[in-house]
Design a protein around this ligand. Structure first.
Ligand SMILES: CSC[C@H]1O[C@H](OP(=O)(O)O)[C@H](O)[C@@H]1O
Ligand SMILES: Nc1ncnc2[nH]cnc12
Length: 308
């Protein structure tokens, strides 16, 4: 289907969904374009589908590729975020299949996380600001509180199914691709982790560097390996993703309904993040220390950056 669609779209797209494991596409929207942009950090994980809902364009990107061929550490997160930003995207809702580290977060429940603990191992490229342009953004609250409020409100879309949407939580982002040991799983519980995945980082950090509003929605698929029930394996994750796809779709639909109504508001345009990273970059590296390619990279994210 993607190849029959135009490879260009002439209006800015403000909203995007990143689909994770078990959510390689979203149905019920009209596909109008399939874009394959190239960025200074390479090409995105998959063609970016432009879908329309009530006349509002929405970009959809499959994090692990169209055929789930990219391992978590192979996801080109910088290209993904940079490409979305270049289309005009300022708000991202990102889905993730997670293991639960808490009894009360049952497989099939959803979590709207508000914190992350980084357990990646430094093997993934994780910043736009390097190689001759330095920038340090604030990341105390890694997700977007106003988007979280919209998602929390949409939890009602799943009422009646016994599925709970937990309004806050801490995601442990581990390296993978192998799952955790039992000792690690118990340690993450002792640290206060609510859920565990392999995808929150560097995605959330890059979204912040790109001045985007970013909120992850986690769907629990297992109890990892700390629980007395079965240890996690891929079949279990896929089984629960499948079983819960109706709820995942209802939740995406409710969230997109809400965000489409707000398409041109300061919230969806992420005005509250505007300037935050650019300020962090502008004053760090003195002109004589700046590398021309690194400057061009920043220019790709923020056109006109070096002009004033
Ligand atoms: C297939 S289990 C591990 C895999 O699932 C999650 O993917 P995503 O976050 O893209 O939904 C987790 O982060 C791992 O990448
Ligand atoms: N237990 C687990 N650990 C890491 N990532 C996951 N994704 C889904 N379940 C997971």
């Amino acid at each position: 289907m993607a190849s029959a669609l135009p490879n260009h779209f002439d209006r800015p797209v403000h909203l995007a969904v990143i689909g994770g494991t078990g959510l390689g596409k979203i149905d019920g929207y009209v596909p109008v374009a399939a874009l394959t942009p190239t960025t200074p950090w390479g090409t995105p994980s998959s063609p970016i589908m432009i879908l329309e809902h009530a006349g509002v364009p929405i970009a959809f990107l499959a994090r692990h590729g169209l055929h789930h061929q990219l391992a978590p550490h192979e996801v080109p997160a910088r290209a993904n975020i940079a490409a979305l930003r270049s289309l005009g995207v300022r708000t991202i809702i990102a889905f993730s299949a997670v293991g639960s580290l808490r009894e009360e977060i049952k497989p099939m429940d959803f979590v709207v996380p508000d914190q992350i603990i980084d357990r990646t191992k430094g093997i993934r490229p994780f910043t736009f600001f390097e190689g001759g342009v330095v920038g340090h953004v604030g990341f105390a609250d890694p997700f977007d509180a106003s988007l979280a409020a919209v998602v929390q409100k949409c939890g009602a879309a799943m009422r009646g199914d016994g599925v709970v949407l937990h309004p806050t939580g801490t995601v442990i982002c581990m390296e993978g691709p192998a799952f955790s040991t039992r000792a690690e799983s118990n340690m993450y519980r002792a640290w206060g982790g609510s859920v565990i995945n392999m995808s929150a980082l560097p995605e959330a950090k890059l979204a912040r560097e790109a001045e985007l509003a970013y909120q992850m929605i986690c769907m629990a698929t297992d109890y990892d390996c700390w629980h007395t029930t079965e240890d996690v394996d891929v079949a279990m994750v896929m089984k629960y993703m499948d079983a819960n796809s109706k709820n995942a779709k209802n939740l995406v639909a409710a969230v997109l309904d809400e965000l489409c109504k707000l398409e041109n508001t300061d919230m969806v345009l992420a005005k509250h993040w505007e300037g935050s990273a650019q300020g962090a970059v502008k004053f760090m590296t003195k002109p004589e220390g700046r590398d021309p390619q690194a400057m061009k990279n920043v220019e790709y994210l923020f056109p006109g950056f070096w002009e004033n």
